[in-house]
Structures are given as C-alpha cells and as structure tokens.
Design a protein around this ligand. Structure first.
Ligand code: HDC
Length: 282
C-alpha cells in the first residue's frame, strides 16, 4: 500500500535471527542484549521487508502460478544505516521491478525499501528474485528489461586462486523450524506434504537462512558489510553442512557456498561490499 507495510522489532527478534543463522551462546554480542556490542548481523536487513503486502498478484502476471512451485532465486540486500538499530518500528514500500519469461519458468524481481517509521530514514533496501517453475510461456521478455543497481545484478566471479578463507558449519535438522519464526512461514520449509508437491521429499531450508549463515561467515572473517548479493543455485536440506569459500578483492568479499555432503552448489555469484573500516568479528 502507499502507506507502507509496518514491521516492528525488538532485541528479542534480533537474537532470534542471529541464533537462527547459527550464532552460538558464546557469541555474546549476537545473543546477549546487555553486551556492550550487542548487534544484529548485517544480513538482518533481509527480515523487516519480508511480509510486505505487494500491490500486485502473481496470478495476474505469470501463467499457472502455484506457491508450491515458487523458489527463491536471488537476493540483493543493502544496509542503509549503521549501526543497525537493535529495535525499530519500520515501514516497507514495495515495487515490482521485472518479470522475465524463461520458457518453462517465470522470474519475478521486486524491490523493497524499508524505512524507520519514526524518522523516515532509510534502513534497508532489498531486491528479491523469485523463480516460479512451470509458470513461463506467457509471452513475456526472455531477458531482464529493468534498470537495476549495479551491485544488485552483479554475478560475482571468484578468482582462480585458492580461497583466502573457508568456514564450514553444519546446520541443524531443526534449522528451518527455527528460521521460519523470523517471519517466512512458507510451508515448503516445514510441511512434508507441501514440499512433496513442490518436488522435495522433505522440507527444504530457506534460501535466506543459507544467506544468513554464509553472511555470518563473511562477518566472522572480515566484519560488517554494507550490501550482499547471492544466487540460490541449489537446494539445501536442514542438517546439511554449508562450506563458505571467500576471496577478498579490494573492499569486496566474493564468496560461494557448497553443500559438503553432496558437493553441490548452494550459493553462487555472491559478493559483499565491506563497510569502511570493517574488521573480523567472531
Ligand atoms: O537454481 C535452481 C535451484 O534449485 N536453486 C535453489 C533454489 C532454492 O533452494 N531456494 C531457496 C529455498 S526456496 C525459499 O526459500 C522460498 C521462500 O520461502 C520464499 C521466497 C520469497 C521471497 C519473496 C517474497 C515476496 C533453480 C530450480 C532455481 C533453477 O534451476 P534450473 O531450472 O536447472 O535452471 P537452469 O537450467 O540452471 O537455468 C535456466 C535459466 O534460469 C536462470 N536461473 C538459474 N538459477 C536461477 C536463475 N535465475 C534466478 N535465480 C536462480 N537461482 C539461468 O540463468 C537460466 O537463464 P538463461 O536461460 O537466461 O541463461
């Protein structure tokens, strides 16, 4: 709506988010509200916009829309205010950016500006790409047509050298059950009947959870970042181990994330631009 969709959060939501992407009880700045450096991971910016009411209907813009066939394809996130408030009343304003017809799939890109409801300042900006299997063939453009920020469309290519840093982390079998409490209650991540119709024997992990785990790895090695872009290249199941390989090139950390058990990619084409003066954090 023109008024924006409200989302209010407090320290408890920040702690839940940090825990849901693997923060440990010993990472006190991430889990203890009385710590002098208590803070949200920079990827918290993907949370407040999530349940924004879109003024468009997917049924109207692609063919045969089914929520069971929808997958998260890519995400771009920008933090526009540091430090990230650890509590805030926010308003998010959505915008439909692009609709691409891949033949058998439809790709829909939307942008979300999240503002502090009290001051009107921008807090976060997101561009989200969804990939809807079986919804192409509606006669749309096969290529993107919209003008978008350069960092939002970057397909980062890691250099040939061995990674500068690697972090491996096993997710929990209950990871998605926890992550959904941040606001994405898509049944695909919890209900086996629903995920089966979508083509998955068991519920799959939220793309934004893998983004959060990998983003935490970047944060641990290099500190806070002001933006981040990823492609969700393959499905992750709760309980699998994520390996984030990172390369620092100037002020940008390029990374890719692999599922250790299968050797298959989870996140590709990814990069994060570091905040000036950022330092390793965990
Ligand atoms: O890449 C495949 C895949 O399975 N990716 C993983 C998807 C995933 O697990 N996502 C996270 C979980 S789902 C989730 O979290 C949902 C969440 O609850 C809700 C999110 C809602 C947010 C918004 C709220 C408003 C797959 C299936 C996506 C594509 O694989 P293929 O069909 O094999 O495609 P491929 O043949 O490789 O390429 C065909 C064309 O599509 C482009 N493409 C590929 N992967 C893409 C993608 N585009 C965007 N995102 C991706 N991830 C290719 O570039 C190719 O295009 P072209 O033909 O132009 O070269």
């Amino acid at each position: 709506t023109a008024e924006g969709t409200p989302f209010d959060y407090v320290d408890r939501d920040v702690i839940l988010y940090n825990l849901s992407v693997g923060a440990k009880r010993t990472d006190l700045p991430l889990v203890y509200e009385n710590h002098e450096n208590f803070q949200a991971l920079p990827s918290y910016g993907v949370i407040p916009w999530f349940n924004t009411a879109n003024p468009w209907n997917l049924d109207d813009i692609v063919k045969d829309f089914s929520p069971m066939m929808l997958l998260h394809g890519e995400q771009y996130m920008e933090v526009r205010k540091f430090p990230i408030p650890t509590s805030a009343n926010t308003l998010t304003y959505p915008k439909l950016i692009d609709v691409v017809d891949k033949g058998n799939a439809a790709v829909v890109v939307a942008g979300y500006t999240t503002k502090d409801a009290k001051t009107g300042e921008d807090l976060f900006y997101n561009e989200s790409t969804i990939f809807i299997r079986g919804s192409g063939g509606f006669g749309g453009s096969p290529k993107p047509t919209a003008a978008r920020p350069k960092a939002a469309t970057a397909a980062y290519k890691p250099p040939k050298r061995a990674p500068d840093a690697v972090i491996e982390e096993k997710t929990s079998e209950d990871q998605a059950a926890l992550y959904r409490l941040n606001g994405d209650r898509n049944p695909l991540h919890i209900d086996p009947e629903f995920s089966k119709v979508g083509g998955f024997k068991t519920p799959i992990l939220h793309g934004l959870c893998s983004l959060g785990v990998s983003g935490k790895h970047v944060f641990a090695k290099y500190g806070a970042f002001k933006n981040l872009k990823v492609r969700f290249a393959g499905v992750v199941l709760p309980g699998q181990t994520l390996k984030t390989e990172m390369w620092k090139e100037g002020n940008t950390v390029l990374f890719q994330t692999t599922v250790v058990e299968t050797g298959k990619p989870a996140i590709t084409g990814a990069g994060a631009e570091l905040l000036e003066g950022a330092k390793a954090k965990l």
